[in-house]
Design a protein. Structure first.
Length: 299
């Protein structure tokens, strides 16, 4: 694709390097050279479709004044499917989450809600040629774009399907890019020992956003780690995403309980997840019918 730019490849590589360093700094990351290299080497503009690119904000979407790729190297969201409110999300948020995921060469990752594959490409860079990334995207058009965009990455497989049904084999990390009111069974039960789940938990706004799609009213990023005696949990900060629909949206009762938990506060003190068993209501930030988030440390 030809872009409207006065920067040659060498200049753009310097801009990407500066962007990478800035995103890690905004995320409060002092030392993660592999993550910085991934942000510096993957061209974001290749994953945004054809210009004019639509920047999220201002109560909707605003087109960039030109198709100059230098304009996409900032900490803003760009539309991937405007009518559904699906964006290529905040680079600094993903820098923080990918740092917390602690991905290593050779690991297996399921990227759920891959969009057109930008953050998939970063994950693929982090796990290297000996690792593998399964990229799952529900929207057929976005999944097709992801396949084309990620074709050069031999360590990536793209599937179009419902993210609740994947992964189907054991993985070292599940990385989720849409908001849910409960984690899918597969995300928890197919984590390998020491495996991590990174996902946004929350409740949607009462009405659709002006730009399209259902977005977050209250939300938090969580890191879940499978240990020998249970699941450790850690808060990763506030998170605002397009929301899941269907089974992963949760029941009305669970949604109401989760909304009440956010409004009471205290999610930052969550330390463990109980799965397929009742939690102690007196020790839980949130307690659902078969899972809970507790203030107690995991075993």
């Amino acid at each position: 694709m030809d872009y409207d730019t006065s920067f040659d490849d060498k200049a753009l590589s310097i801009i990407r390097r500066a962007y990478a360093r800035q995103m890690l700094a905004v995320a409060g990351i002092e030392d993660d050279p592999r993550l910085e290299e991934a942000f510096a080497s993957v061209p974001r503009e290749h994953f945004l479709g054809d210009p004019p690119w639509l920047m999220s904000g201002f109560g909707g979407y605003k087109p960039l004044p030109s198709g100059d790729p230098v304009l996409v190297y900032q900490d803003v969201n760009f539309a991937l499917s405007p009518s559904r409110g699906v964006n290529n999300g905040s680079p600094s948020l993903h820098a923080r989450w990918l740092h917390q995921a602690g991905l290593k060469p050779g690991e297996r990752v399921a990227h759920i809600g891959a969009g057109t594959g930008y953050y998939t490409a970063l994950i693929a860079d982090l796990v290297g040629e000996s690792g593998h990334v399964l990229a799952v995207e529900f929207d057929p058009a976005l999944a097709d774009m992801a396949r084309r965009n990620l074709e050069p990455s031999a360590n990536v497989t793209v599937v179009q399907g419902d993210g609740a049904e994947w992964p189907r084999e054991e993985v070292d990390c599940v990385y989720v890019n849409f908001l849910v009111q409960r984690p899918a069974d597969a995300w928890i039960e197919r984590l390998a020992p020491g495996g991590r789940l990174i996902f946004p938990l929350g409740v949607p706004r009462p009405q659709r956003s002006p730009a399209g799609g259902m977005h977050t009213l209250h939300g938090a990023g969580l890191r879940i780690e499978r240990r020998a005696g249970g699941f450790a949990a850690r808060w990763l900060g506030a998170a605002y995403f397009v929301c899941a629909e269907g089974a992963l949206a949760g029941s009305p009762e669970e949604s109401a309980a989760l909304k009440a938990a956010f409004e009471r506060g205290g999610v930052e003190f969550v330390r463990s997840l109980a799965w397929k068993e009742p939690g102690d209501p007196g020790r839980c930030w949130f307690s659902g019918p078969d899972w809970s988030l507790s203030y107690d440390e995991a075993a």
